[in-house]
Design a protein around this ligand. Structure first.
Ligand code: ADP
Length: 593
């Protein structure tokens, strides 16, 4: 069988995506490969397809059980024999897989990295006909990456023990330094390097200053995503629960997920999410790696992530199916202070400074008025054009700014008049003429600045305070006391103009819902029926719905409305194997009408 035939029969795709064929050819040529391609770019196919054209077994090293499990299920759904060996299996089961391996019945074997340090396992591998090794999430090899894993370091033994077996390494994110680390730590032999653009054009990125706890902003955002799947990231375990609770109170289906929950509950939430029974998961970053759900339509961060690597990877979970998806980052100056405190608590190692630098990059990104996509690409040593329409910065105009020079001077003066001994809330209370006991007892109702801050409400003043913190006009001392910096003193004297994006002072009314680019004329009613059928089949078979068919496939089907096999094979993502399994059931919907 040739490449294109295999692509169509087993994967249901008519053409390769850019760069896929290059990697497939290199692998068939027995070359080492190092591929960097964003999430959703189609890396799996690059090693799965050549495997089908080779005689032996391909050994895939992957860091997470859940990830491996999903891959194996997806492969089997496409009629490809795959298995995984993990510590979760009992002896009998692993012996069964071993026997199958020895009989050459398995094409793809997924293993955790620690397996490869097991002498018994290595010995068995030596007895097999191995096509090549795959290192998935290869950035875990590098200490400069954001997810270094000790047991990935030992993968250097592959080239030592299997000198003639090629290695193909894959990752979604790697700076040049990380790329070099991967190549040298794995001992790759002048590998074929293939680097895709990091630009995820189906993601629209927004970053906003959080107003209070951000919940109003969150609700506005969710109005545009009713009935869609999404993840909301928060910082603490407690906040996952309170945000989930808040959403439930608004009639929005949401569940909390964090490392502290009992395992059965976590598993149930994960399963419900994957099966589209729960639309929204509110989670700490414990939820994420290993989620291979292709129809996540949005990702929200309620606070600032630690690094841009984390951020890029987390938003990357949206839109793996290539359909339009939206991300929202809410952050405030307090987040920065908090993240810095976390880092302060770390022991004094070179890593500590590294962590500060990474946080700085994240903060610069959040505050930046440059194209978001371009900023991310630049961080990963990639140069791209501004996106023009896929981020907030490219779509807001200069006229959307307000001058807050006078307000800034008022706020700074109030900090000065109250002798730089109070936090921001107190200072604003004075500005707003609060009758609060504390203010009166301190005699601050007699200050000339008392009650001059009518123009803005408290939340708006907090935002102005944030802006002054970002600009370095104030700094936060012990007990969250606000103090002026030399620059702040200059601002009081009136030597600087300060402006602010207008939207930061208001929660904007959500814009009209954007159209889906690909299948924007899909038939919503039929699509719903198709989804219903998919859910039934999925639960019958005990597999996630997207493994039956992707959203994209169902949307295309709702337009083409195939009434026979021939027409069904024209639908996006349906090949012979898939048709065999599910074709008839779906044809039923169109034939019976
Ligand atoms: P990655 O591992 O890079 O994150 P995946 O391998 O999960 O990406 O692929 C993402 C999506 O792209 C999947 O839904 C897959 O079916 C689809 N895909 C991959 N290759 C092709 C192709 N050549 N044509 C159309 N869709 C493809």
């Amino acid at each position: 069988m040739n490449k294109l035939q295999t692509l169509e029969d087993y994967f249901g795709h008519k053409t390769f995506r850019p760069l896929q064929e290059e990697v497939v050819d290199a692998i068939l040529n027995k070359e080492d490969v190092l591929m960097i391609l964003p999430t959703g770019g189609g890396k799996s196919l690059c090693y799965q397809l050549p495997t089908l054209l080779m005689k032996g077994v391909t050994v895939v090293v992957s860091p997470l059980l859940a990830l491996m499990h999903d891959q194996v299920v997806a492969l089997r759904a496409n009629g490809i024999s795959a298995a995984m060996l993990s510590s979760m299996q009992d002896l009998e089961e692993s012996q069964k897989i071993e026997a199958q391996l020895q009989r050459g019945e398995i094409k793809l074997l997924y293993v955790a990295p620690e397996r490869l340090t097991n002498a018994y396992f290595l010995n068995m591998l030596h007895g097999l006909n191995i096509n090549f090794f795959v290192i998935d999430e290869a950035h875990c090899v590098s200490e400069w990456g954001h997810e270094f894993r000790e047991n990935y370091r030992r993968l250097s033994l592959l080239k030592e023990q299997f000198a003639t077996t090629p290695i193909a390494a894959f990752t979604a994110t790697a700076t040049n330094a990380v790329e070099e680390d991967i190549a040298s730590n794995l001992g790759l032999n002048s590998p074929k390097r293939v680097r895709g653009s990091l630009f995820r054009e189906n993601l629209t990125i927004h970053a906003r200053h959080r107003i209070k706890d951000g919940r109003e902003q969150l609700l506005e955002f969710l109005k545009n995503h009713q009935g869609e799947s999404g993840i909301i990231y928060t910082l603490s375990r407690k906040s996952t629960e309170s945000v989930a609770h808040f959403l439930q109170g608004k009639g929005i289906e949401a569940k909390a997920y964090h490392a502290g929950l009992p395992t059965p509950e976590k598993n149930a939430t994960y399963a419900d999410f994957v099966a589209d029974r729960v639309q929204i998961v509110v989670a700490t970053i414990a939820f994420g790696m290993g989620i291979d759900k292709s129809n996540i339509r949005f990702v929200v961060h309620m606070t600032l992530p630690k690094t841009l690597e984390n951020f890029y990877q987390e938003i990357g979970r949206a839109g793996r199916d290539g359909l339009e998806s939206e991300t929202l980052l809410l952050f405030s100056a307090q987040d920065i202070v908090q993240q810095k405190m976390f880092i302060e608590d770390l022991p004094e190692t070179p890593y500590k400074q590294h962590a500060f630098n990474k946080l700085d990059s994240m903060v610069r990104f959040a505050n930046s008025e440059n194209c978001r996509h371009q900023s991310i690409a630049a961080y990963f040593d990639d140069r791209i054009e501004a996106c023009k329409e896929k981020c907030d910065n490219c779509t807001t105009t200069e006229s959307e700014k307000v001058d807050i020079t006078t307000a800034s001077r008022m706020l700074l003066s109030t900090i000065l008049r109250t002798e730089q001994k109070f936090g921001l809330h107190y200072v604003i209370d004075v500005l707003k003429g609060s009758k609060e006991q504390r203010v009166l007892q301190n005699g601050h109702d007699t200050l000339s600045v008392y009650g001059i801050g009518d123009e803005y409400n408290k939340a708006q003043w907090m935002t102005i305070g944030d802006k002054l913190l970002e600009l370095g006009a104030v700094q936060i001392g012990e007990f969250k006391v606000y103090k002026l910096t030399p620059f702040g003193v200059e601002v009081i004297k009136g030597s600087h103009t300060i402006d602010l994006k207008k939207e930061r002072l208001t929660v904007q009314k959500a814009k009209a819902k954007r159209k889906v680019t690909f299948f924007d004329d899909y038939n919503a009613e039929i699509y719903d029926r198709l989804r219903e059928l998919r859910r039934e089949i999925a639960s019958e078979k005990g597999i996630p719905p997207y493994i039956v068919f992707s959203d994209k496939t169902l949307k295309d089907m709702s337009v083409k409305q195939p009434e026979n096999k021939e027409a069904m094979l024209e639908v996006h993502g349906i090949g012979e194997v898939k048709f065999e399994r599910y074709g008839e059931a779906f044809l039923g919907i169109f034939q019976n009408r």
